[in-house]
Design a protein around this ligand. Structure first.
Ligand code: ZN
Ligand code: ZN
Length: 240
């Protein structure tokens, strides 16, 4: 009822196609536009980092060459979809244009990805890659925290803010891929090691590019005694 009144007083338009939105589940984006974003399927992904499009010759044991050579600290990383133009547009609005309501449609689709990719995992805690408090204050909300809390509620799991960002670093997206690992090293600490020991943790982030950030977060969580770290992101950037 409250939603219907809001919809009349303050009608909502799809950020991608401009159509007026009426459905309850549609917040900022219409169902038709969301359906255009094709979710990643579990087949043909590196079983650790989730890299797409592995050539048959590379995929020994379903591992990409990078994971075979130097396995990351996380146990598996998966994404809802590839970072294409539509998803990029939505994520930019979500993060930088105060469109926090987008966490509902995006979170719902991440939830479907969680069901698809991690159905056999016994995830006991959900956490997220946090913003530095200064950036969170500028933005007014932490986009990955909203998604992580939504996913936890949706799947009946507990959310805990396990990580703390102790340093304000330049955004990873502004750096050359080779400098990202050095930039992020030593940025996080675990707030509650005694509460996550032996757990299987779902670590939520928005975009996975080189994986340097989630790798560092997973390293800290493992040091704190976490048994398994599974990463779920909204989007995955296709690297050459
Ligand atoms: Zn639309
Ligand atoms: Zn891999």
């Amino acid at each position: 009822m409250r939603r219907s009144i809001t919809a009349v007083i303050w009608p909502d338009q799809c950020l991608l196609c401009g159509v007026w939105l009426h459905e309850d589940a549609e917040r900022g984006v219409c169902t038709a536009c969301l359906a255009q974003i094709r979710p990643l399927r579990p087949e043909h992904l590196c079983r650790v980092c989730g890299q797409t499009g592995l050539a048959a010759t590379e995929a020994v044991d379903r591992l990409c060459p990078a994971c075979r050579e130097a396995p990351p600290a996380f146990d598996a990383a998966r994404a809802y979809a590839v970072y294409d133009a539509s998803l990029r547009h939505l994520i930019l609005h979500y993060k930088f244009k105060h469109q926090s309501r987008l966490h509902i449609p995006l979170g719902n689709h991440m939830g479907l990805a969680l069901d698809t990719h991690f159905a056999d995992e016994e995830i006991s805690l959900v956490t997220h890659v946090p913003l530095h408090w200064r950036r969170r204050m500028q933005r007014g909300f932490d986009q990955t925290e909203l998604l992580a809390r939504f996913l936890a509620r949706r799947s009946g799991r507990r959310h805990m803010a396990l990580l703390k960002r102790t340093r304000h670093t330049p955004p990873q997206s502004t750096l050359d891929p080779t400098r990202r690992t050095a930039n992020i090293r030593g940025t996080f600490t675990c707030r509650a090691p005694q509460k996550c020991r032996d757990h299987t943790v779902l670590l939520v982030d928005d975009i996975l590019t080189t994986g340097a950030t989630v790798d560092e977060c997973a390293r800290i969580l493992k040091e704190a005694g976490v048994a398994r770290v599974l990463v779920l992101t909204l989007a995955r950037v296709e690297l050459d």
